[in-house]
Each structure stands twice: as structure tokens, then as C-alpha cells.
Design a protein around this ligand. Structure first.
Ligand SMILES: CC(C)=CCC[C@@H](C)[C@H]1CC[C@@]2(C)C3=C(CC[C@]12C)[C@@]1(C)CC[C@H](O)C(C)(C)[C@@H]1CC3
Length: 749
């Protein structure tokens, strides 16, 4: 039995078609019924929370996702009882045993609906946004939730009393002020010793006037910052003609969907009514007297600990005009802009069933909808129900996830990892359940308003999380498709995704290819790179347009290669051309040292795996010059070899992502090791001892039950913010052991 603290038992995860809701002492397993009931919690239970959710950030800031996992394991775990395949030597038998044990453990974590739930926290600027929305709209979370959020925020305070952008980051003004304010909104007294120390941090670093623009926005809404200290968001730009390169329809959809509701709040200068708490906060977070602050001067003030990108001269020049425009603005045009913005917000709400594309616009849309239609409106209530889709409980408390989950992504990877060797067939029910989830997550229809609101056509695509979220993603479609093909190939299921649906997925993938040969995330690249000069966020890079990425391109190329094998006659010429151009993009992205930079996980090991995987699969098939492929793969192997640690593993830190230079972790990391091994094996790296050393490291880190430890944070976005992928610690070691088994063990038996 794994250890379960008493109050962990009171938190249960309810799931339904990928939807994940943490319920405190649920009276029903039905999510909708549960959401109608308020938490029922005693003082004694609250006191117990503080005992049970103690978490030592100093040891490892990453949760092991124990609340979910330990409960699942205790309820469902059974040692594998099937027929264990036999190898002819003990070393190989060890690999088989580890793989079977690892899959058996991981299978227990699968939910009834077929997906793998998991912690998707990490960023620390998400929960504060939601808490501000809930405060403003006077719609508090139930007591049990508030207590858990408080514990989470305290658990992630750094030694120096500040907080970072994310759980592993050094303290920043953004992180510190946002968590400080959140704790105060949750009812913590300003004299609490941890808050007193945090205040010292804030004041020592110049006070909240130096908070970056997203923080200025949240504080302004809370009436703890003056809107005059905020650069105009020029709401009229939403009325620009579409052909203009700066029209927001061309932005990366995440930026578009965040700046949209922000512009509404700015236009309306939404702010909480002044009250005792607000007045007190104004005194707590500034180094000077609030009333005496010269607000317009603060527009570009950013604490040096927060600066990641610096505003370009073009942006400053544009701000000069848009800020001045505010003095002369035309009321009629402003009204027309906010009406348009509101209609767009409503469309996003309806298209996603109020989940929204992500955690940031969920919070800000809620604020706009509350402002426009009131607390009792149906729209606002629907938002509130969806707040819970983003909350996650782990042993560090309650956090806001970076998305409404990573359901489809993890399920697709998990299926592919297991089916990489035929040992995966020892778990037919797990695969069948995954398949059901993948099947129900494929997007089958278009929204009536998709063209009006600039959505990429999506029939046949897959989303990152759930069909209800429904935002299609290029590489999620590729992973969904590859997983479908792998499962069909295994013969374990009766195919429910027919040829037509497979071909629709292929069409979506083709429709996503950019003119540079690569694939971006949710949409095509819709504007030139210079638009990045207008990036107003000082904390994220490359957020203005959707760029082609090595990982996304590799995933799409791989799925198209698989399609060519199965349906060689389907759009043959078109697909061949797409693959060749994709390979060319990948080759060009490779760095001189042989590595690739990864934009969505840590970091060079991640993208190098993707790059090598795509190239090796294309080799010898006439899509590209094989000499170039071989040379590129050799360079990649040389790079990986140079990074292998003495214990046989690989380890990278998140610093690689923000500095763009490989940053070696103190100790090997199972996830990085697995990526490096996958790459070396697919490249047929000749020195088997290198691979064996890596495999041995994975074997040595595996726990008794078949799990692997949660080590450093492994996901990232926009170069500078890290995000947890709780299931990676299982998926990638399993994948890499499966590959090892099928290449080196099975053939040897
Ligand atoms: C700055 C803002 C708006 C923060 C909110 C967080 C989102 C932007 C993040 C959270 C999850 C996230 C990292 C994600 C992605 C983009 C950015 C997201 C949506 C994508 C879809 C990009 C393509 C990647 O290959 C992959 C599929 C792994 C990720 C998945 C998660």
C-alpha cells in the first residue's frame, strides 16, 4: 500500500470523457451533480490539510502527483499475472521485467474514460488570475478549495520569500506580487510572517510599479494599480481591415485570445470597488505612497529580475500613439470595438463550451462576461463551472493547470510507447480504452462561426486536451493519427476510426504546413516575423505569431510517412512533397553542434529526439538526400554522446530553454535519458554500450511498483515559463525500453 495522508482521501478525481474535476468528499460520481453541491468541511478537516499538504519545495519543487496516483494504485494495483516472455539471459530478462512492471503500473493510472490524468501545473501566474476573477465577481471558491490554494501558494514560496514565474524559477516581481495578492484575497492576514517577508522582497526590489504588463493588467482590474500606468491595448485594432499585417487575426491564437478580453477590460477600465482590503493592498505592495505615484511613468517600468524580452523601439513608438489616442478617442468607435470584442468572446465561449483555449483567457473572459452580463447570467455561471476543469490537487496543494489537461497528448504518446514493442499487447484492455478515448476526441464538426472568427478548419483534427476544448493542434493531430495507426496495427481493437476519418486527419495535417516547409502549433503562420517587434509582454518570447517548430514538424512528417506506408495511393504526390519540404525544414533547424532546440519541452534532448526520429524514418525512401540525412543524424549522435553523463544518463535543466544554450542538470533525468536513448536507437547508433548504460540508468531508477521518480520540470512554453508533464516520467522510459526490447532483446531471443 502506498502512503495516503488522511485528507488526501477526501479529494477525489471525477472524470468524464476527459473532463477532470477534483471533488472534496463528493456525494456523487457525476460531475454535474457534484458541481451543484457546496463543499462541506469542518474546522478539524481544515486543520488536517495543513498537516497533510506539507511539501518541501527545497527538496523538489515538483509534486509527485501522489494524491491522484497513490489513490489509483491503492485501489487498482495488481502485480502482473500474465505470461512473462522469456529472454535467454538475465540482463535481457531484467529489461522485460521492468517494461512489464512499468506498463502494469502505468495502466493502473488510466481513468475509466481511457485517458491518463495528471498534474499540469508549473506556471505561477495562472491561479492569481482566476482568484482575481472570483474576487471581482464576488463568487468565492468553496472553503476546502480556498484552503488548498493557500497551501499551494505557501508551499511554492522561495527561500528568499519571493515567488518565480513557475515553480522552479527564481523570484520575480510578477511571481511575487501575484502570489502575495492571491494569498491576501484568500484571506491571509498581512501580518502573517511569510507575507511580511514577501513584502520585504517586493519593496527591496522596487515595489509593484515594476511588475510586468500582464501583472499591471491584473492589478489594475483589482484596483491596486492605476489604468493610466498601462500601455493602451488599442481596442480599435480589432476593427482593422483584415489585410493589414497587424490585424490580430494573424497573431498566435494564444496571444489573440488573451489580448482580446484584456482589450475589453482596458476599454471599460474595469476595476474592483475600493474597500478596506484594496486600500490596504495599495499600501502593502508599493514602496511609495499610492496616491503620489506618477502612473504614466510606470507604463514601461519592469523590475530587472522579470525582464526577458525588451520592448522594441517600434513598440514604444506605437505605444506613444495609442496612449495619446486615448485622450481623443471617438466614443462611437470605441463602442463598436467593444461590441465586436464581446461578440468574439461569446463565440470563443460557445466554441469551447466555456472551457476556452487556455487558463489565462478563461480567467479574463470570466471577468468580461461578468462585467457585461452580470453574476447571475447563464454565461457567467457556465464559466464558473469550467473554473473547476482547470484546478488540480497534488501533495503541494491546489493549483491551476496550464490547460484543461493534456489528455489526448498523453494518451496518444502512452499508446505509442506501449505498442513500440509487442509487449504492449500484454495490456489489451488498456489499449482498447485508450483507443476509445482517442476516437471520441477526434474533432468531427466545424463550428458555425469558425470562418468568422478566424479558426483553422478542423474536421479530422485532434486537440491537445479534450474534444470539448476543441482547439485543433497540428502536432496533436499527428500524434492522434500515429496512435490510431499503431493501435489499428496491433489488431487489438475493432477499428472505429474509418478510412474517411483517417484521410480527414491527413488533410488537416497537410493544410497546416507552412511555406517554410515546417508546421506550427494551432494555425498557419499568418504574419511575417517582424510582428514580433510588437510583443508587449516582457516575460515571454516569440508569442506574436505561430512559428514552425522542429517538434511539430517532425510529428507531422512522421505521421505522413506512416500514411504513405498504409495508403500509398492517397494523395501520393502531395504527401511526398509535404514530407520532403518538412525534412528540409528540420535539417535547416539543426544547430552546428548537431542538436535541435526544443520549444515545448526541456529542451535540446527533446527536439533532438524529434529531429532524428523524423530523419531516420525517412531515410532510404527517396524523400530527401540520404547523404544529408546520414550526416545530420551522425552529428546529432555526436552531440548526444558528448552530453551523456558518467552514470549513463542525460540531464538538462530548464535554463536551456531560456538561454538557448544546453544547460546540464546536476544529475541525470529519466525523461531526458529516455529521449536521448530513443534518438540514438532510431539512428542505429553503433556503440551498443552507450545505449546499454542509458538503459541501465532507467532500470536503476525504477521503483518497486514500476513507477519512475518525478524529477525536474520537463515542459516549457514561450521560452521562459515551465510546465509540468506528470506522465512523462512513465511514458518516455517505457517508450525507450520498448524500443530497446524490440531492437536488441527480442531479436536476440
Ligand atoms: C502565455 C499564456 C497565454 C499562457 C497560457 C499557457 C499556454 C500558452 C500554454 C499552456 C500549454 C501549452 C504549453 C501547450 C502548447 C502551446 C502553449 C500552451 C497552450 C502546445 C499546444 C504547442 C505545441 C506543442 O508541441 C505541444 C502540443 C506539446 C503544446 C501543448 C501545450
Amino acid at each position: 500500500m502506498l502512503h495516503v495522508n488522511p485528507s488526501w482521501k477526501n479529494w477525489q478525481l471525477l472524470t468524464d470523457k476527459g473532463r477532470q474535476i477534483w471533488a472534496f468528499k463528493p456525494r456523487s460520481n457525476n460531475i454535474n451533480e457534484h458541481l451543484q453541491n457546496a463543499d462541506d468541511i469542518t474546522d478539524q478537516e481544515i486543520a488536517q490539510f495543513a498537516v497533510d499538504f506539507q511539501f518541501e519545495k527545497a527538496i523538489n519543487p515538483n509534486s509527485g502527483d501522489k494524491v491522484f496516483r497513490n489513490a489509483a494504485i491503492n485501489a487498482k494495483f495488481k502485480a502482473f499475472a500474465g505470461q512473462m516472455p522469456q529472454a535467454d539471459n538475465p540482463a535481457q530478462q531484467k529489461v522485460i521485467a521492468s517494461l512489464v512492471k512499468g506498463m502494469n503500473y502505468f495502466a493502473c493510472l488510466q481513468s475509466e474514460d481511457g485517458h491518463w490524468p495528471g498534474d499540469y501545473g508549473g506556471p505561477l501566474f495562472l491561479l492569481p488570475g482566476l482568484l482575481i476573477a472570483s474576487y471581482l465577481a464576488d463568487t468565492p471558491f468553496p472553503k476546502a478549495h480556498r484552503e488548498m490554494m493557500q497551501l499551494y501558494l505557501f508551499n511554492h514560496q522561495n527561500q528568499d520569500a519571493g515567488w518565480g514565474m513557475h515553480i522552479e524559477g527564481e523570484s520575480t516581481m510578477f511571481g511575487t506580487v501575484m502570489q502575495y495578492v492571491s494569498l491576501r484575497l484568500l484571506g491571509v492576514d498581512k501580518d502573517h510572517p511569510q507575507l511580511a517577508k514577501a513584502r520585504t522582497w517586493i519593496k527591496d526590489n522596487g515595489g509593484a510599479t515594476g511588475i510586468p504588463s500582464w501583472g499591471k493588467f491584473y492589478l489594475a482590474v483589482l484596483n491596486c494599480y492605476d489604468w493610466q500606468g498601462f500601455n493602451s491595448l488599442f481596442p480599435e485594432m480589432w476593427l482593422f481591415p483584415k489585410w493589414l499585417p497587424v490585424h490580430p487575426w494573424r497573431y498566435w491564437c494564444h496571444s489573440r485570445m488573451v489580448y482580446l478580453p484584456m482589450a475589453y477590460c482596458y476599454a471599460e477600465r474595469i476595476k474592483a470597488p475600493e474597500n478596506e482590503l484594496i486600500l490596504s493592498l495599495r499600501e502593502e505592495i508599493y514602496s511609495e505612497d499610492f496616491a503620489a505615484i506618477d502612473w504614466p511613468k510606470q507604463r514601461n517600468a519592469v523590475c530587472e529580475k522579470d525582464c526577458y524580452t525588451t520592448p522594441s523601439p517600434v513598440l514604444k513608438w506605437m505605444n506613444f500613439f495609442t496612449n495619446n489616442y486615448e485622450k481623443f478617442k471617438c466614443a462611437w468607435l470605441r463602442k463598436k470595438s467593444t461590441d465586436y470584442i464581446l461578440s468574439y468572446l461569446n463565440a470563443e465561449d460557445e466554441q469551447t463550451d466555456y472551457i476556452n483555449i487556455g487558463p489565462v483567457n478563461q480567467a479574463i473572459n470570466s471577468i468580461c462576461i461578468w462585467h457585461a452580463y452580470g453574476k447571475d447570467s447563464i454565461q457567467f455561471k457556465k464559466h464558473v463551472e469550467r473554473w473547476y476543469d482547470y484546478l488540480w490537487v497534488a501533495e503541494d496543494g491546489m493549483k491551476m493547470n496550464g490547460y484543461n489537461g493534456s489528455q489526448l497528448w498523453d494518451t496518444a504518446f502512452a499508446s505509442r510507447a506501449m505498442l513500440e514493442s509487442d509487449l504492449g499487447k500484454l495490456f489489451p484492455e488498456t489499449i482498447a480504452k485508450s483507443y476509445r478515448f482517442i476516437e471520441l476526441s477526434q474533432i468531427r464538426t466545424e463550428h458555425a462561426t469558425h470562418a468568422e472568427f478566424f479558426r483553422h478548419p478542423m474536421i479530422g483534427s485532434w486537440p491537445f486536451s479534450t474534444a470539448e476544448n476543441g482547439w485543433p493542434v497540428a502536432d496533436c493531430t499527428a500524434e492522434g493519427l500515429s496512435a490510431t495507426l499503431a493501435i489499428h496495427h496491433s489488431g487489438l481493437v475493432e477499428p472505429a476510426i474509418d478510412e474517411q476519418r483517417i484521410k480527414q486527419a491527413v488533410d488537416v495535417i497537410l493544410s497546416y504546413q507552412n511555406t517554410d516547409g515546417g508546421w506550427a502549433t494551432y494555425e498557419l503562420t499568418r504574419a511575417p516575423k517582424w510582428l514580433e517587434k510588437l510583443n508587449p509582454s516582457e516575460v515571454f518570447a516569440d508569442i506574436m505569431i505561430d512559428y514552425s517548430w522542429t517538434e511539430c514538424t517532425a510529428a507531422c512528417v512522421i505521421s505522413l510517412l506512416e500514411i504513405q506506408d498504409i495508403y500509398p495511393d492517397f494523395k501520393n504526390m502531395e504527401i511526398r512533397k509535404a514530407i520532403s519540404a518538412g525534412l528540409d525544414f528540420i535539417v535547416k533547424q539543426q544547430k552546428a553542434d548537431g542538436s535541435w532546440y526544443g520549444g515545448w519541452a526541456v529542451c535540446f534532448t527533446y527536439a533532438t529526439w524529434f529531429g532524428v526520429e523524423a530523419l531516420s524514418r525517412a531515410k532510404g525512401k527517396g524523400y530527401y538526400d540520404d547523404r544529408i540525412i546520414t550526416d545530420s543524424m551522425n552529428k546529432a549522435c555526436t552531440f548526444l554522446l558528448a552530453k551523456q553523463k558518467a552514470d549513463g544518463g542525460w540531464g538538462e535543466t530548464f535554463k536551456s530553454c531560456s538561454t538557448l544554450v544546453y544547460s546540464e542538470a546536476k544529475s541525470s533525468q529519466v525523461v531526458n535519458t529516455a529521449w536521448a536513448l530513443l534518438a540514438l536507437m532510431t539512428a542505429d547508433f553503433p556503440d551498443k554500450t552507450v545505449i546499454e548504460k542509458g538503459v541501465n540508468l532507467l532500470l536503476s531508477r525504477q521503483t518497486e511498483l514500476g513507477d519512475w521518480p518525478q524529477e525536474n520540470i520537463s515542459g516549457v512554453f514561450n521560452y521562459n515559463c515551465m510546465i509540468t508533464y506528470a506522465n512523462y516520467r512513465n511514458i518516455f522510459p517505457l517508450w525507450s525500453l520498448s524500443r530497446y526490447y524490440s531492437r536488441y532483446v527480442r531479436n536476440a531471443v
